[in-house]
Design a protein around this ligand. Sequence first.
Ligand SMILES: CC(C)(COP(=O)(O)OP(=O)(O)OC[C@H]1O[C@@H](n2cnc3c(N)ncnc32)[C@H](O)[C@@H]1OP(=O)(O)O)[C@@H](O)C(=O)NCCC(=O)NCCS
Length: 304
Amino acid sequence: MAKLPGDPSSDPARPVAPSRACTPALVDLHFAQPLDRLAHSAPGQPCRVAVWAALVADLIAPCQAVPTLLTADEATRAARFVQPRDRDTYLVAHTLCRALLALATGLPPRSLVWLRGPFGKPYLDHSASLPSTPRWQFNLSHTSGYVMVALCRDVEVGVDIESLRPHLELPGIAERFFSPEEVACWKAGPPARQVEMFYRLWTRKEAFMKAVGQGFGLPLDSFAVEADPTRPPRLLRTPPHLPGCDHWSVHDLTDALLQLVSPPVPCAALVAAAPTLDPSLHFVSGPALASLLQLLAASPQPLP
Ligand SMILES: CC(C)(COP(=O)(O)OP(=O)(O)OC[C@H]1O[C@@H](n2cnc3c(N)ncnc32)[C@H](O)[C@@H]1OP(=O)(O)O)[C@@H](O)C(=O)NCCC(=O)NCCS
């Protein structure tokens, strides 16, 4: 587990070394503590966002070992993937996300209805069994071998994780899609860092597009983010038709991921609709997810 500034799990009195055993302590350490932190965020304070990252290879066995948490629609979609790798990624991402939302809301995972925004962004339906406050907001992302889930209360959130693909024709993509100020900054960077800088920039932009909920429905050059990795990430220019976004925050998760996973490390970024962020990043091991899934399986009724 990487500890970011403000993460209470950086308290040396707390246990931080994950055990291999499937115990409730693992659930507390990896899931309940971060959720508790979200539950105690106060108005006027930096917006707390918890992000969980995992390797699909670590989590696929626990996901397959229990009755599925996926709804019938999700199971149908999972079954349509031609490549087993894509099916596994979908299963892991949706199982992890549903398990986290179940723990957060106290409701059974499959009872949680996901609505979709006009561009496909999933939201929890707070109109039925869930109270309207707090509104749990989530976003998930997957890239070859990795999944990431971001969760917070009451504000829009977007997360993106991308593996680095150096063979792509990056200058052509940047010039075609990015904003002029981003391209200029990217080109001025050290040649040895250009692939990494590209993906840091890309994930910041995609996390914003996902927080807005428009995805690639939002032109990539209608806004600009800080492209220089040595400066704090932030929005430099927002889309003219979305004036309310100018106070939104951008957070780069790549350096925190570097502490958690072996190379090659993907780039990742987070955006939330708040002026300041207090994020925490947690790595989910197979035993930790197995413990959570066992707890949920043993709690068919709403969790306490
Ligand atoms: C959102 C989008 C940028 C994600 O691209 P991607 O490279 O597959 O990225 P990620 O792996 O990071 O994210 C995928 C997840 O984002 C979520 N998502 C889907 N659409 C989203 C949106 N508009 N905004 C935010 N999140 C979205 C989903 O949970 C999805 O995972 P799932 O399909 O397993 O549920 C891309 O799919 C997109 O632009 N979608 C909008 C398409 C559109 O314009 N549709 C028009 C009418 S529906």
